[in-house]
Design a protein around this ligand. Sequence first.
Ligand code: PBG
Length: 326
Amino acid sequence: MKAELVKRPRRLRLNQNIRDMVRETSLDVKDLIYPYFVVEGENVKEEIEAMPKVFHFSIDKLVKDVKETYELGIPAILLFGIPSSKDEVGSQAYASSGIVQRAVRAIKEAIPSMIVITDVCLCEYTSHGHCGVVENGYVDNDKTLELIAKTALSHVKAGADMVAPSDMMDGRVGCIRQILDSEGYVTVPIMAYSAKYASGFYGPFREAAQSAPQFGDRRSYQMDPANSDEALRAIALDIEEGADIVMVKPALAYLDIIRRAKDSFKVPLATYNVSGEYSMIKAAALKGWLDEKVVALESLTSMKRAGADMIITYFAKDAAKWLTTR
Ligand code: PBG
């Protein structure tokens, strides 16, 4: 009876060396992108309540922290700004002296090799918290486009290495490509939040970025979580308009979308392991219900296995440490 057991999958699970030999997916520090929230002021480093170990930094403190991140081997950061004043049209988003523009200059001066990606959106800058210009209760697509393109250009003028539009307006990638090219920035890539779902997992971020919509929700521009084919259409459009890297967001509840995207398009694919996904693990770990390191690395590995080439994650710094000391 035993002799018939020719196939023994456990042979390849015998010890760590053998398991490493047959491992199909690898997670590397180079795959990680770390998000930052920058605020006005000096000497500010305030923890965000629903996101333990994630902070609001003033520019001076931010630069110090980015140095640490760089030394951990993390190649890129994604920058979000929280302005001190907001208005109907989010004018601080494209002000040359805006918070992100000043932060980019400071980071690039101190750590020139760090890849600085800026999130391009209006929701942190508008008084109503929507990602664009609101007319009669509706976010006007084409009026928003102009402001989104202006915002991207101002980030690039400040020294951003890459721009990441997250507003979900139709045609924004094309508009940004056009304005960047016409100003001579032909070498600056666009990372498009292509398949961005209207997700409850952004809850903690909206506290962090002070960007919760003051009325209604984002479902007239972000995608319905029930849709999958639509994600492929959205990604195809962004590639056509000139996106260099495309993104699926959130990550964990959308691993199937990541896989379909990877199978369908041979372009670099990012995924965003969003605030709520981070907070869930952190909260359970704080309660002693989950092993944070095991669960976080398992989640990040799953995103790579699903097909993501790079992962934007609040776990980036911890993961970098875990990966290098294993
Ligand atoms: C801005 C933006 C959001 C996130 C990234 N860019 C929030 C939103 O769309 O409401 C979410 C990131 C996260 O939850 O970590 N539009």
